[in-house]
Design a binder for this molecule. Structure first.
Ligand SMILES: *Cc1c(COP(=O)(O)O)cnc(C)c1O
Length: 473
């Protein structure tokens, strides 16, 4: 016999159940009561359609259901996950991880007053950019610097300040779209700038720049091809060459460098990527780049270059709308300081530490973890430790790849339902208290161990009994 709507107990009656008292104490009377109302409403709706069993409205069942709901509600929305995607700077998983010195500085800034815009020397008003601009100049060779919310904001602000109602020349091969709706032509439009496209998708020549310049030209712009490569019959014009064309005409050359690294990555055996310093030295008047990509800091957009142009940018009212908060500056300063000592950077900066982790370390970890994982998965699944390739991510070196190692889980019999079972496994890993995010490819789930550091290994394996439980259901 299914339960009828009239059988559903009242809120007051359930609230008096002895089994409910611990939940009231733990979560508070008001949140627990409102969760109970929602639960009883839902059960009533089920009863109306004749789909509610009598057991579901027993005292113990109600307490258990409420406990589950309250626990779910109390879970933070922003949660720690294991990034086993193989992409180190994963935009959807929050990009760069911060070093401890930055974490401490952010905590201090959150809990104590600080001289954010207060000049301790004179007692007068200060400028928040002063906290980091000399460090940025030291590390890039630029004359001046300013900081905004992210690189998209940096590009918008730069274009709006220096080229509103005028023309900006960009090669067709560099009209980039970054994931998450950042497109150079659209940003230009919103900045109030007219885009003048030159060259073709695969080839742009120096004379294309020279021919495009007219009375309304404000800037020549170059954009880093962050997430794609044009190969084959190609030609692009280096920053130095564009600068040679622009200089006699009195036009600034600006570069959106995207990821923008501050040090030569080849010293750690990583693929070569143009540094901000190289770009300034080649003659760029302004360079913009992200704080949370290869730099390894907090989300921010950095603009460095000629002092007169930076001064103009800082006077734009949009700067006030796009500025960074104190937590960002608190995190950025210690990260930049780490760059002063390149000898220790590969250990002190988490992003670089992950990028330079030797494959042998991930290989021995894979061997260690394999039996831990095979046991809860059971006979239906085959786990193998295999070599794989990680990506830097966030548009750094789309072609550059890093030798890594990890675990591949595939259904033992590749039957009709194996695709569905794989989806279930992937979902079960995502549903763990600390979700495990891998990558499904070639009818298997790939877990790249590059971003699982030794300190997190125990937390990782501790979840396997829960996985076994989830898969048995
Ligand atoms: C990533 C990127 C951006 C956007 O930077 P955010 O910091 O994510 O706003 C802009 N331009 C290029 C070339 C990029 O690679």
């Amino acid at each position: 016999m299914p339960a009828r709507p009239a059988d559903i107990p009242s809120v007051d009656r359930v609230l008096r159940l002895p089994g409910l008292q611990p939940l009231l104490d733990r979560y508070g009377r008001v949140p627990a009561t409102s969760a109970l109302r929602r639960l009883l409403d839902m059960l009533r709706a089920q009863a109306v359609t004749g789909q509610l069993t009598r057991q579901a409205i027993g005292d113990d069942a109600l307490c258990a259901a409420l406990a589950t709901q309250l626990a779910r509600d109390a879970q933070p929305r922003l949660r720690a996950v294991f990034n086993l995607t193989g992409t180190v700077l994963h935009t959807n998983l929050g990009r760069a991880l911060l070093p401890d010195s930055a974490v401490q500085a952010v905590m201090r800034a959150m809990t104590t007053p600080a001289n954010l815009e207060f000049d301790l020397g004179t007692g007068g008003r200060g400028d928040r950019d002063d906290l980091v601009d000399d460090l940025l100049c030291e590390l890039t060779g630029a004359q001046a610097a300013t900081v905004v919310n992210n690189n998209a904001a940096a590009v918008l602000l730069m274009l709006n300040t220096l080229a509103q109602r005028r023309e900006v020349v960009v090669s067709r091969g560099e009209l980039v779209e970054i994931g998450g709706a950042f497109r150079i032509p659209d940003v230009m439009q919103r900045a109030g700038v007219k885009l003048v496209e030159i060259g073709t998708t695969n080839r742009t020549h120096p004379h294309d720049y020279a021919n495009a310049v007219g009375a309304r030209t404000a800037l020549l712009m170059k954009v880093h091809c962050s997430n794609y490569e044009i190969t084959g019959f190609t030609r692009s014009v280096e920053v130095a060459e564009v600068a040679r064309i622009a200089q006699p005409l009195g036009l600034p050359v600006v570069v959106d460098l995207g990821s923008g690294t501050l040090s030569d990555l080849t010293q750690w055996g990583l693929p070569r990527e143009t540094t901000v310093r190289d770009t300034i030295a080649a003659g760029a008047d302004l360079v913009t780049f992200s704080g949370d990509k290869l730099l390894g800091g907090p989300q921010a957009g950095l603009i460095v270059g000629r002092a007169d142009l930076i001064a103009k940018i800082k006077k734009n009212p949009l700067k006030r709308a796009l500025r960074v908060g104190k937590l960002t500056l608190a995190a950025l300063e210690p990260v930049l300081r780490l760059y002063r000592d390149p000898d220790t950077l590969a250990q002190s900066l988490p992003t670089l530490r992950l990028l330079t982790r030797p494959a042998s370390e991930m290989a021995s970890m894979a061997d260690r973890l394999l039996p831990w994982l095979q046991a809860p998965l059971g006979d239906g699944w085959q786990v193998a430790a295999v070599a794989m390739v990680s990506q830097i991510g966030s548009g750094a070196m789309p072609g550059g790849q890093l030798a890594s190692f990890g675990l591949v889980i595939g259904p033992r019999d590749a039957g009709k339902r194996s695709g569905r079972r794989l989806q279930q496994l992937e979902a079960a890993l995502r549903a763990l208290p600390r979700p495990v995010i891998g990558r499904v490819s070639e009818n298997a789930l790939w877990l790249d161990l590059r971003c699982l550091e030794a300190a997190d290994e125990a937390a990782f394996t501790a979840q396997w009994p829960l996985l076994a439980e989830a898969l048995r259901l």
